[in-house]
Ligand binder design. Structure first.
Ligand code: DON
Length: 602
């Protein structure tokens, strides 16, 4: 039962298309795609050269719910219908892990631009009965026929769009396997039951909302290349459906039903698998039936760090998120932050980001393929060495910390946080990578495929389509998982805990870092999600910040220290947070005001 809706803030903004390819443009559509009204494909929209006029306004709302003490089941997700799907499953006797299946599956239907059966992600789990923490790695895998240079032409240059649009851009999905695994190993209810809300939503439809409509508009040209994707998301004449139009996905409902009836086999084998492979190959992709049949979720030990007595549990490789957040916190742990004025505090956080992102770029990849110095990167001694190069009064140019350039990855993803009444919890960040993924939907499946192959270094050492550069550790190889920034995390202290995560490509890491610091400073869940963000990722050597993240005085002081500051024309992220205060029993669930999600407490 929903107890109280506390905040419903409305922010309306007219947003203009950006005039050049930039990080801001990449992220802008991650959150507010409606601002990009052009019929652009992924690349030109990322470049965001002015095209069609932007719609007048895009509304962003926040809904935060605070529970009375004693009630502590909560869900925060990026769309109300998905939170409600989780609520339904909790009410039917499911636990947090069953609710994670219901929420993820509902998001696949109602937020198809961000995640789905055709994608993958990471589920961070905590089982209350024995305090067990684990991470389900449901990241997409490169097909067995993938090769290091598969997106390069004969001259060794990246082939336009090849790693972002169409079936060649798609890795073997992991999300359906995660549903089956969650239900069998951790859930209380059969998969069949937890998938019901999503099947109903897919069959009966849901009304088109502004952010999704903006995304459809933005990706229209790519969707038109796939007859089934066009049928699912466009009008019969190829136009964008009007707001409120019922989006029904009967084929997706059938695929979900096959999964419900047969478990993972219903997706990875049999008729669905045959249709997926036939469609992918007809569109120029390289999947085989064997790739699908061989897909497995891998259970991995999460990374655990400590910061001033708080325990940080976060995603391990092939996500770079946990290691980068813990590395940054280790660096900061040697500073008495409250002692400093606000500009110096932000300077120190920025310097910790610079160093953590550098390490991310150099060392990380799929742990099954590369050896990584994880113990070193997460160690306090290593952090002490990094800290010793930080001056409290001066920025250090990234060029003095040589390494490999890192840049934001991806454009759209989704996160949810769940706590059940028994104290089990899930932080899930799931994705199909760019907005609407590859844009390709194999006929008869209703499954929109990811373009997560673009998270690999398409050409190690050379920028790819989106300006990304990576190391050999993240080069393409058959059956390998690409490096991710997704950082589902738990922050635990003596007084309580926070479940946190967000979409936002490489910005995810700095968001989770700021969220952690803010929670530890005593901020409420609502304040954590709305906090104006700043970000430094080693290269480009600049601090990007949202309006309101820095005061005029801080801007002057940071510039005087040598930082290059860049006000972003956009906001980024769509953070979903649950907090639980042990003493009072108060649980708070907050959804980022930059999106239209909802936090519910029962
Ligand atoms: O795994 C990753 O890091 C990316 N595929 C995530 C993309 C993303 O978060 C884009 N969000 N706005």
């Amino acid at each position: 039962m929903l107890l109280a809706i506390v905040a419903l803030a409305s922010v309306a903004r007219a947003r203009r298309l950006l005039a050049r390819r930039s990080l801001a443009a990449l992220l802008a559509i991650a959150v507010l795609p409606a601002a990009h009204a052009g019929d652009a494909d992924a690349r030109s929209a990322a470049g965001a050269t002015a095209a069609a006029p932007a719609p007048a306004e895009t509304a962003a709302r926040a809904t935060t719910t605070v529970a009375v003490p004693g009630h502590r089941a909560a869900i925060a997700s990026a769309y109300p219908l998905a939170s409600q799907a989780g609520e339904e499953i909790l009410a039917a006797g499911g636990n947090a892990f069953d609710a994670a299946v219901a929420v993820s599956a509902a998001l696949a239907v109602v937020e198809p631009s961000s995640s789905g059966l055709g994608g993958g992600g990471f589920y961070l789990l905590h089982r209350m009965s024995d305090g067990y923490d684990t991470m389900l790695d449901a990241r997409e895998k490169a097909p067995g026929a993938a090769t290091r240079d598969m997106y390069l032409d004969k001259a060794g240059n990246p082939i336009e769009d090849a790693s972002v649009a169409g079936a060649l851009a798609s890795g073997i999905p992991g999300e359906p396997a995660a549903f089956d695994y969650l239900a069998r190993k951790y859930g209380k209810l059969p998969l069949k039951q937890s998938l019901q809300p999503a099947i109903r939503l897919a069959r009966e439809g849901f009304p088109l909302y502004a952010r999704l409509q903006g995304g459809i508009q933005y990706k229209r040209q790519v969707l038109l290349r796939s007859a089934d994707a066009a049928k699912a998301f466009l009008r019969a004449d190829g136009g964008v459906p009007e707001l409120g139009a019922l989006i029904k996905q009967p084929e997706l409902a059938n695929t979900l039903q096959a999964l419900a009836d047969q478990g993972a086999k219903g997706f990875y084998e049999g008729a669905v698998a045959a249709n997926l492979v036939a469609g992918v190959r007809a569109d120029g992709g390289i999947w085989t039936l064997q790739d699908l049949a061989a897909y497995r979720v891998i259970e991995r030990k999460p990374l655990v760090g400590e910061y001033h007595g708080a325990r940080i549990v976060s995603a391990s490789p092939p996500s770079s998120g946990g290691i980068a957040v813990i590395d940054a916190l280790n660096i900061l742990s040697g500073f008495d932050l409250p002692r400093y004025d606000s500009a110096t505090r932000k300077h120190l956080v920025i310097e910790s980001m610079r160093r953590a992102y550098r390490d991310r770029a150099i060392y990380l990849g799929d742990p099954d393929f590369v050896t990584m110095p994880l113990a070193q990167l997460a160690s306090v001694d290593y952090a002490a060495g990094q800290r010793s190069s930080i001056r409290t009064d001066k920025a250090m140019p990234s060029s003095m910390l040589p390494g490999i350039e890192s840049a934001p990855v991806g454009m759209q993803t989704t996160h949810f946080s769940i706590l059940d009444a028994a104290g089990n919890r899930v932080a899930g960040t799931i994705s199909i990578n760019l907005f609407f993924g590859s844009g390709y939907m194999p006929p008869k499946t209703g499954v929109l495929l990811n373009d997560t192959m673009d998270d690999f270094s398409v050409k190690p050492g050379t920028p790819n389509e989106f300006g990304l550069v990576g190391a050999a550790a993240n080069a393409i190889a058959p059956n390998k998982r690409s490096l991710s920034s997704m950082s589902p995390s738990f922050v635990e202290t003596k007084r309580g805990l926070m479940i946190v995560g967000s979409p936002g490509g490489s910005y995810i890491i700095s968001m989770v870092l700021l969220g952690t610091l803010n929670y530890l400073d005593g901020m409420s869940a609502a304040d954590v999600v709305k906090y104006p963000r700043y970000h430094h990722q080693y290269l480009p050597d600049e601090v990007e910040y949202e309006q309101g993240a820095l005061t005029d005085a801080e801007i002057k002081e940071l510039q005087a220290m040598g930082h290059t500051l860049k006000l972003s024309g956009r906001q980024w992220g769509n953070m979903q947070v649950i907090t639980w205060d042990f003493a009072s029993g108060k649980v708070e669930a907050a959804s980022d005001p930059r999106g239209e999600g909802v936090g519910l407490v029962y």
